[in-house]
Design a protein. Sequence first.
Length: 337
Amino acid sequence: MSTAVDHTDKAGAFKRKQSKHRHFVSKDNAQYPPESGRYHLHIALACPWANGALSTVALKGLDGAISHSIVHPTWQKTRPDDDDDAHHGWVYKAPGDEPLKNSIGHGSFKCDDLLVPDKITGAKSIRELYNLAGDEEGPFTTPVLFDKKTNTIVNNESTEILKMLNSEFDEFATNPDLDMYPADIQDELQELNDSLIYPKVNNGVYRCGFAKSQEAYNDAVKELFESLDILEEKLSKQRYLGGKKFTWLDLRLFMTLVRFDPVYITYFKTNQKRIADYPNLLGFVRDCYSIPEVKKYLSIDHIKTHYFTSHPILNTYAIIPAYDGPDLEAPHGRENI
Ligand SMILES: N[C@@H](CCC(=O)N[C@@H](CS)C(=O)NCC(=O)O)C(=O)O
C-alpha cells in the first residue's frame, strides 16, 4: 500500500500511477447510463484534479443531479487500529469534529464547515471506499465517481470524469449549453495538454516536489519553468488557452497555478519564480477565479493545510507557512485580450 510520495523510479523521478477504474457513464452504456441522483463524487478540495471535477459540476449546474462528499485535508492513518498497517490517506470527518493531528502526532487541524462526510456508504476513508468496490491495492486517490446503485467505483481518472460531466448529464443540467470541450479547438487543446500542460506543469510540479534525486528534480524544474515561459507568452496574446472560450484546459491549468505561490514554491521547491512574477499568468489566474462556480469550491485553506500536513517525511512538524499567494480578488484586466 503506498501513496503518491512513494511512487518514484530507480533514478528518483516521480511516476504517477495510471488510474484503474475507467468505466464511462453514457447513454450507450447499459451498465452505467446517465441518471439523476445515481452518481456521487468523492472529493478532496485540496487536490487539483478533484477540485476541477467539482468545479465542473457547478459550472454545468449538476449539483442537483450528482451529489458529493468532501474529505478532511490532512492525511491520516487509514487503519488506525492496526499497528502493522502504515498506509495514510484521505479520511472523512464532520464539521465540528475534534481537530486532527498529522499522522505522526503533530499540529492541530480543524474540522471546518466545508467537510461533507460520506453518508452514502458511511466510509470513514477513501481507502475504505475503494475496498468496498473490491480494490485493496490502491492508490486510493480522489476524485472518485461512485455509483450508488451498484455500490462501486465507476471512474477515478479526473480527465475522464470531466468529459462525462461535460457531455453525458446535459438532460439534468441547469447549464447544459456550456461546452467545455468545443469541437473546433479540441484537438489543439488536447495536443497542448499532452505535450506541455499535463506532463510539465500539472504533473510537473509533483515531479519537482516528489523527486528523490537532484537530477530528477533538476530536469523537472527546468521543464516546468520553460513551460511557464511559453504559457506566459501565449496568454499575452489570448485570453484563454484555446482563444476566447474558457475550457477544460483552462480549468486544469488554473488548478495548478492557483496552488503555485501559496504551496508549490515552498513545498515542491519550484522557487525559480512565482506566478505573481508573470503578469499574464497572474491575470489568467484572477480571470478564472472571477468565475463564480470556480471560486465556489476553491479553498486556499484546504489547499495549504493538505500539502503541508500530509507527508511527515517532507514536513515532519506540519508547520503551515504564512503566505496565502497573490490577491485573487484583484481585477484581472483581461476582458479585451
Ligand atoms: N489520475 C488521477 C490522480 C489523482 C491523484 O493523484 N489524487 C491525489 C490527490 S491530488 C490523491 O488522492 N492521492 C492519494 C494517494 O496518493 O494516496 C486523476 O487525475 O484523477
